[in-house]
Design a protein around this ligand. Structure first.
Ligand code: PEP
Length: 248
């Protein structure tokens, strides 16, 4: 399975940051065995496209509807028109800040897939749930609730992102990552049969060049979703390089 290294710029980035994308695209062209993706803010999507080379450009969210009276929202079709190849659905910041629920996230992912996008569906426990020993249960439940039942390996990526590891510099142990990713794989096979083997499962949460090799070596970790370390080529490109070595 091809490794996917995806960056999420969140609400960061101005036109000047497209220079970072130029450097990321240049590096990505040297590592053609790895899929590389960047989700800039919506405002940069159209402008990012000519800088992207073989880097996939995508959105950080979309609305569940195709169009209509939804002030301030963006539809999956609008993302496609801007050259997007994927969209992140249900990032923990959207779950926490905007109260997004599993059924809503599933509807967004379905809208994304219907428009021809890859939906990167994020699931993950918070710190309280981890401390209570409920991480596996919570992640399994989010997977059941937010992954569209008609997904395929071509239009779905699942990203395990423990909320307590996002932007904190803390990461789960190798065993904890293995435990969750193995459970996700088993559930994907249960849901999708043989196709479940081919759906990529990313890990996200404080990935950097120092820890990427050990994270990407975990069984059933097929790539990473990266926030902070995707904002500069200096931090992001070494992770792509590591992914290329791991996937050899
Ligand atoms: C994220 O927001 O998806 C993320 C993984 O962030 P960071 O890499 O900064 O922890």
């Amino acid at each position: 399975m091809r490794t996917l290294i995806a960056g999420n710029w969140k609400m960061n980035g101005s036109r000047a940051m497209l220079a970072e994308l130029d450097r990321i695209a240049e590096a990505a062209s040297a590592y053609s065995d790895v899929d590389v993706a960047i989700a800039p803010p919506f405002t940069l999507l159209g402008e990012a496209q000519p800088h992207a080379g073989r880097v996939w450009i995508g959105g950080q969210d979309c609305h569940r509807a195709a169009q209509g009276a939804h002030t301030g929202c963006i539809s999956a079709g609008m993302l496609v028109e801007m050259g997007a190849r994927f969209v992140i659905c249900g990032h923990s910041e959207r779950r926490a800040e905007f109260g997004e629920t599993d059924p809503l996230i599933r509807a967004k992912a379905e809208a994304a897939q219907a428009a021809g996008l890859i939906a990167i569906v994020c699931i993950g426990e918070d710190e309280h749930e981890r401390d209570e020993g409920r991480a596996v249960e919570v992640v399994a439940c989010e997977l059941d609730g937010s992954v569209p039942p008609a997904s395929t390996p071509e239009n779905l990526v699942v990203s395990y992102e423990p909320a307590w590891a996002i932007g904190t510099g803390r990461i789960p142990t190798f065993d904890q990552i293995c435990e969750i990713h193995s459970m996700i794989r088993a559930k994907l096979i249960q849901l999708f049969g043989e196709a479940g083997v081919r759906i990529r499962i990313l890990y996200g949460g404080s990935v950097n060049a120092g820890n990427a090799a050990s994270i990407l070596a975990c069984p059933h970790v097929n790539g990473a979703l990266i926030g902070g370390a995707s904002l500069t080529a200096d931090q992001f490109v070494p992770i792509v390089e590591i992914a290329a070595n791991v996937s050899q």
